[in-house]
Design a protein around this ligand. Structure first.
Ligand code: SAH
Length: 482
């Protein structure tokens, strides 16, 4: 025999309040909280408060609520569709509740469940769409936590999109046979081109895209989102990245993107690792471009997940060009780039008033030639330099910059695995930097930041770079940190 599912003691419904009065009795914070909640609906608010606190008075004025400025009397709640007893006074709340029940009006008394006919939910409002969360008083904190989670999942443009959907309902019913064709239309409407246009605020484009979908044989269009996965910590994803991951039906990701981030994708999304880590089989850039084009042609919703920001040393340029050439729609979602994560881990100001006002992102791989690249001149004139993929070229970077006139004492900060639990921080000077390439104890990605602003960082949790050099290389020069 199967166990019966637990029963709800309070059943959620959506009450029509447009054109109705909702009465709230109270002068303070509780009354204001209920006024704010009901103020999200089209109900007319009637607030009974002899001496409202300033914030409540401001709300009443700002929302054009009807204000009854006198001590509570039963006639104040007559004709209301709902009553809130929020006076803060147990005796008065009990009276209000009894009056409401006598008048046949559902009542809620704040923090007094026995006086309540209904409870108010935690609300995610994307009017006309609403998600109401109730816990039957088990935990308002729990309800708020769930609310925050649901809120993150739903695009701010969901409301206007749902409103647009309502205007297409008749046409869809008339033009599309019931069943698969109609389902496909609505799937595409809420997750395809109309949704994407609404996302960027292009209402008429959304309308046109939906109209196009109405043709029974309209092709399903694929879409590729080039998404920045951030430096590794999964809570450094953007809300947009997270939402797209949850909607994706294929996720194409580099090896640098940690499993925890990829795991935030829809459970039944196909996962396509494309390598780019030493020792793994990895696809060439051309193969990756071709894969994205193929998935787009198949009508799939793809997230192309890249470490950090997709437009910083991410070869997104080539992928975008291939998609553009193939006529496949795509978008770019920015991410937290490694330099920003490393700076945050070091509490390092990348720009510093009076010290440096420019910032260079480089790989240092262009230092091998005879001429000095422009960024080296910027470094000498005081820019903060963030070096990506700089481990193997550390000696070249240090050597050429010193040769060009940057002081060997210039401060250097290094972070391995920025943003991740196992991160390591190192500090030192430009003179210490060459030791980086020879270190066997660092296996994660490494970010190097060079410049006078580095001196403003917090070195409490970092190891001296020179310590390693002392043990394994030539005797140390005296740097600012030694
Ligand atoms: N698009 C990425 C960079 C890709 S290049 C971004 O915007 O961050 C790869 C290089 O980024 C690595 O060699 C390393 O220098 C740096 N990097 C990426 N993640 C890192 C991390 N968590 N910590 C330190 N450096 C990182």
């Amino acid at each position: 025999m199967s166990h019966a599912a637990p029963k709800l003691n309070a059943f959620p419904v959506f009450l029509k309040v447009e054109g109705q009065v909702v009465a709230i009795v109270g002068e303070g914070e509780e009354a204001l909280a209920k006024a704010r909640l009901i103020g999200q609906s089209a109900a007319a608010l009637r607030i009974v408060a002899a001496e409202p606190e300033a914030a409540l008075a401001a709300f009443i004025a700002g929302h054009g609520a009807v204000h009854i400025r006198s001590a509570y009397a039963p006639e104040h709640i007559e004709g209301a569709a709902m009553v809130f007893a929020a006076s803060g006074d147990a005796g008065l709340d009990a009276r209000i509740s009894a009056d409401a029940r006598r008048l046949g009006i559902p009542v809620n008394a704040v923090d007094r469940p026995d006086l309540c006919d209904f409870f108010t939910p935690a609300l995610v409002n994307r009017a006309p769409v609403a998600v109401a969360i109730g816990t039957e008083g088990a935990g308002p904190v729990l309800a708020q936590m769930i609310r925050a989670r649901v809120d993150r999942m739903l695009s701010p443009s969901l409301g206007p999109l749902a409103a647009l959907a309502a205007t297409f309902r008749d046409a869809a019913e008339k033009l599309l046979p019931k069943g698969a064709a109609r389902r496909r239309f609505w799937n595409e409407f809420f997750a395809g081109a109309p949704a994407r246009a609404m996302e960027t605020g292009e209402v008429s484009l959304a309308h046109d895209a939906a109209a196009k979908l109405l043709a029974v044989d309209a092709p399903v269009r694929g879409h590729i989102a080039l998404v920045g996965a951030g430096p590794g910590a999964e809570d450094l994803l953007t809300l947009r990245a997270q939402r797209l991951l949850m909607e994706a039906d294929a996720i194409v990701h580099d090896a640098l993107v940690p499993e925890a981030v990829v795991a935030m994708g829809r459970r039944d999304a196909e996962r396509l690792p494309v390598g780019k880590r030493k020792g793994c089989h990895s696809k060439s850039q051309d193969e990756i471009n071709a894969l994205l084009v193929r998935l787009g042609r198949e009508g799939r919703r793809v997230v192309r997940l890249k470490g950090g920001d997709p437009l910083v040393f991410g070869r997104a340029g080539e992928e975008m060009a291939a998609l553009r050439q193939a006529g496949i729609s795509y978008e770019v979602v920015p991410g937290v780039t490694a330099a920003f994560a490393a700076a945050a881990d070091f509490e390092l100001p990348l720009t510093l008033r009076g010290v440096t006002s420019s910032l260079v992102f480089t790989t240092g791989h262009d230092l091998k030639g005879g001429t000095l690249p422009d960024w080296a001149r910027l470094a000498i004139s005081g820019a903060t330099v963030a070096v990506y993929m700089g481990r193997s070229v550390a000696a070249d970077v240090a050597g050429r910059l010193i040769e060009a006139g940057l002081s060997p004492d210039t401060a250097v900060a290094i972070v391995e695995n920025a943003s991740l639990a196992g991160r390591r921080r190192f500090h030192g000077t430009l003179a210490d930097l060459p030791s980086l390439s020879g270190r066997g104890d660092l296996s994660g990605p490494v970010m190097t930041i060079i410049g006078d602003a580095v001196a403003g960082a917090n070195f409490d949790r970092s190891e001296p770079l020179a310590a390693h050099r002392h043990r394994h290389a030539a005797p140390a020069a005296q740097g600012v940190f030694s």
